[in-house]
Design a binder for this molecule. Structure first.
Ligand SMILES: C[S@@+](CC[C@H](N)C(=O)[O-])C[C@H]1O[C@@H](n2cnc3c(N)ncnc32)[C@H](O)[C@@H]1O
Length: 219
């Protein structure tokens, strides 16, 4: 019940820079997730659409989404302090009022803080591919996380996955088929997502997979 025995991220060691520490200290508290965001659709003060981006890195896609959809609210989560700090600074600079930021493990966030049925979408862009066989159980897409996502999404909610790894794409599609709670489709990349970083490097091999919650068996 609610147990993820293996971390899905690289445990990085080393000190964080003074700039990162200052940005986290000064900007993170103001980006905490508002209570209204965690309400079911239709609740007062809730955004039109609530989206969780898992493993947002330094926030290129999160910042672009929040800017493109001002009536939506994006919650961006990552465990990597320098990336989160950079995103916080950029969000402040762009004066984005619809972006919340969590520094921590998305699995714990989903298990402990996100109630069932509140997320309209989950974005998982270029998750760590963990290519070695012995590391595969670290991949984010798996039985436990699919259970969690299925529970936390609204009935029409969707998961948008992008990867530049054909092996990861095959893994995700197989995991979804085995899970049975979603239907998977390979779709074009959304136009709002910036072409940079992993996306730029892997665009030739890149693909997006949308995993929609299956509303009834056989649909
Ligand atoms: C390969 S990077 C991709 C970052 C970003 N999405 C991009 O496209 O540039 C994967 C990111 O996922 C984060 N990550 C992996 N597992 C996570 C978890 N359980 N919770 C939060 N972040 C996680 C890592 O820290 C890393 O920043």
């Amino acid at each position: 019940m609610g147990i993820q025995p293996v971390a899905t991220f690289h445990a990085r060691r080393g000190r964080i820079s003074a700039l990162t520490a200052t940005r986290l200290q000064t900007l993170l508290p103001g980006r905490a997730v508002p209570a209204s965001v965690l309400q079911p659709p239709g609740a007062p003060d809730r955004a039109d659409r609530v989206v969780l981006e898992i493993g947002c890195g330094h926030g290129g896609a999160a910042l672009a989404y929040a800017a493109a959809f001002p009536r939506a609210h994006l919650v961006a989560v990552d465990v990597h302090p320098p990336g989160v700090a950079r995103m916080l600074a950029a969000a402040q600079e762009a004066d984005l009022g619809n972006l919340s930021v969590v520094l921590g493990d998305a699995v714990a966030l989903l298990e402990q803080r996100v109630p069932p049925g509140v997320l309209d979408a989950v974005h998982l862009f270029f998750p760590d591919p963990w290519p070695k066989t012995r590391h595969r159980r670290r991949r984010f897409v798996g039985r436990h996380t699919l259970d969690l996502l299925a529970s936390r999404l609204t009935p029409d909610g969707e998961v948008l996955v992008a990867t530049d790894s054909a092996d990861y794409a095959a893994h995700a599609i197989a995991a979804v088929a085995q899970h049975g709670g979603f239907r998977a489709a390979v779709v074009a990349r959304p136009a709002w997502r910036p072409v940079a970083g992993y996306e730029a490097k892997g665009i030739a091999a890149g693909r997006s997979i949308v995993l929609r919650r299956r509303r009834s068996v056989g649909e």
